[in-house]
Design a binder for this molecule. Structure first.
Ligand code: AMP
Length: 558
């Protein structure tokens, strides 16, 4: 184990902050606690703490993951504490949380260590990162060794937070919003400036470091870089094609494809393909990487598009694409079975960042750099529409629907690229009624023959502070096979069970259709859905992408 340097921050200090954060539910208090702590750190420890405060070891978009299951963690705890794994399991069931269980077991530990070096933030962080890097033969036992080493020097409280960090459920109520506000408060910079810098880099550690060293001036210089994904610009719903176009003055209308949104980065020899969750799926779609290599220039760029699955020229259900993007094995076979088409519609970087360049110009640049490969890599079909030729937009809509697509996009030609925002500069007009993206926070096991399945899912939206608020129970809509898969997925995320009811870690996003939004005191959001129907599991979306109470409110009003 690394020797502790004189001035290295101890892990205990961070743990004290975790405890203080846990002791309040007030967002402003949490922000101040964190801000004060961030301000006290040196510039090397600062980025590490911003990640650890979110319960992460890697940025969201990193491909690296810890890959430690609950079983391995419990085994490590059992060995260090000197009990059987069954005892750890019992404790976990009683406490309903791995952290509390670890804390309790460490307090009653039989094998007390008489001499142990204090853990530092760096040791915890570096060892966890080391774990992620381990693969190949004996990976599990090598991971176990590192875990044991960490736990052997841990106090009960330290064990609580190491265990939670390892399973990625820190539970101190700090989200992206709080940490960004804390950085602003700590280094006396405007929230909006932090927000923008974070949108463009998605690297809170870097943002914090620059805020500390260079203040607002430095943050203002941070911009999009190939290799680091940005949150995609999102679309609002258009109520009426004509009004939307008239409001914009004139518009670029495009076919809306129903697949998954990808942001493709070329950096040196590397091609990275990110989903809207900022996950890199490049390895699963070698065909798309190949088309990109053949159709785009060799210099660095960032482009965006939609990948869809087609069968004899017609797009087929969105769900098929999920068989491709998550795949680790048999990629070549699937490539034949489920062929993909990429429709590019935007460029964010070419020679330089283009996010402040008006959309019309960006589209021209895109057209000038792409060599089209029919049915493989194409540009989204577009028309320019003014008040003089509104019927062109309607024609495009009808043609798009006839071809099996979803509808059209209506885009403001003068708009910059605005990452992460669902604004009025890009609108969507669809044939099918609107659906909602909701996260599963719990569920209910069935009865009788279905006692082993979660049959009904409690789903939630988020408020402006990213707190989850329930809105409905969804039980119908999926075929048995998909329901079975969903149940298995949610079972793995269960954190508490009382009778047939379970509470689950909020990870799985469902697309839900409904007949009406109604006011309801029964759910935390204050609203509920009439006749909610499951349309699919949105594996390309994360809890960051779910719908908000605000949106529900405005949809209810309209
Ligand atoms: P929605 O997911 O319903 O909010 O609709 C917006 C999404 O439509 C975007 O995030 C893209 O994934 C997708 N999309 C399909 N075709 C286009 C297009 N031509 N331009 C922009 N987005 C598109």
């Amino acid at each position: 184990m690394v020797l502790i340097m004189n001035n290295e921050m101890t892990y205990k200090k961070l743990v004290d902050v975790y405890e203080a954060l846990d002791a309040t539910t007030k967002r402003l208090e949490k922000t101040s606690i964190l801000a004060e702590f961030l301000e006290s750190l040196d510039v090397e420890t600062l980025p590490i703490v911003t990640l650890l405060a979110l319960g992460r070891v890697f940025p969201t978009w990193s491909e690296e993951e810890l890959g430690i299951g609950a079983k391995l963690l419990m085994k490590a705890i059992a060995t260090i504490v000197g009990v059987n794994i069954e005892d750890v399991e019992d404790e976990m069931r009683d406490a309903g949380d791995v952290g509390l269980a670890a804390e309790e077991l460490f307090r009653n530990r039989r094998q007390q260590t008489f001499f142990s070096k204090p853990l530092t933030v760096n040791m915890v962080y570096n060892n966890l990162r080391k774990i992620a890097g381990i693969s190949g033969s004996r990976a599990q036992s090598r991971k176990m060794e590192i875990l044991k080493e960490l736990f052997s020097s841990a106090s009960p409280l330290e064990a609580k937070y190491i265990a939670r960090t390892v399973l990625e459920e820190l539970r101190v109520g700090v989200g992206d919003g709080t940490i960004k506000d804390a950085v602003a408060e700590a280094f006396n910079v405007q929230k909006e400036v932090v927000e923008r810098a974070h949108m463009l880099t998605n690297d809170i550690g870097l943002v914090a470091k620059v805020a500390m060293r260079e203040g607002e001036a430095g943050l203002g210089k941070l911009t999009l870089e190939p290799g680091k994904p940005v949150k995609p610009m999102l679309a609002q719903l258009s109520e009426d094609i004509k009004t939307s176009i008239m409001d914009m003055g004139w518009a670029i209308c495009e076919t809306k494809y129903d697949g998954i949104r990808v942001q493709i980065h070329k950096k040196g020899d590397e091609i990275l393909i990110f989903t809207r969750r900022l996950e890199n799926i490049g390895l699963a779609v070698p065909d798309i990487r190949e088309y990109i290599e053949q159709s785009l220039p060799s210099q660095d760029f960032v482009v965006e598009g939609e990948i869809i699955v087609t069968e004899e020229g017609k797009p087929i259900s969105f769900q098929y694409i999920l068989q491709r993007i998550r795949r680790k094995y048999e990629i070549e076979r699937m490539r034949e079975e489920v062929p993909l088409t990429l429709y590019l519609f935007d460029v964010l970087y070419y020679d330089k960042p283009l996010i402040d360049t008006p959309f019309e110009r960006r589209r021209k640049i895109l057209e000038s750099i792409v060599k089209i490969k029919k049915d493989k890599l194409e540009l989204s079909t577009k028309v320019k529409v003014t008040s003089e030729n509104i019927e062109e937009a309607e024609k495009l809509f009808n043609m798009s629907i006839e071809k099996g697509h979803e509808g059209i996009m209506i885009k403001d030609p003068y708009a910059p690229y605005i990452p992460g925002i669902r604004g009025k500069k890009m609108l969507k007009y669809k044939a099918e009624p609107e659906t909602l993206d909701l996260v599963v926070v719990g569920g209910t096991y069935g009865k009788g023959k279905r006692a082993h399945f979660i049959g009904s899912y409690l789903v939630a939206v988020k408020d402006e502070d990213d707190n989850l608020k329930t809105i409905a129970h969804v039980a119908t809509g999926l075929d048995d096979k998909t329901l079975f898969e969903l149940s298995a997925k949610v079972q793995k995320l269960v954190i508490k069970r009382v009778g047939r009811q379970v509470e689950a870690k909020p990870k799985i996003v469902l697309e839900v259709a409904y007949s009406e939004i109604v006011k309801s005191p029964e759910y935390e959001s204050g609203y509920s859905l009439r006749f909610p129907v499951l349309k699919g599991i949105r594996e390309d979306k994360s809890v960051d992408d779910i719908d908000t109470v605000d949106r529900i409110e405005s949809m209810f009003k309209s």
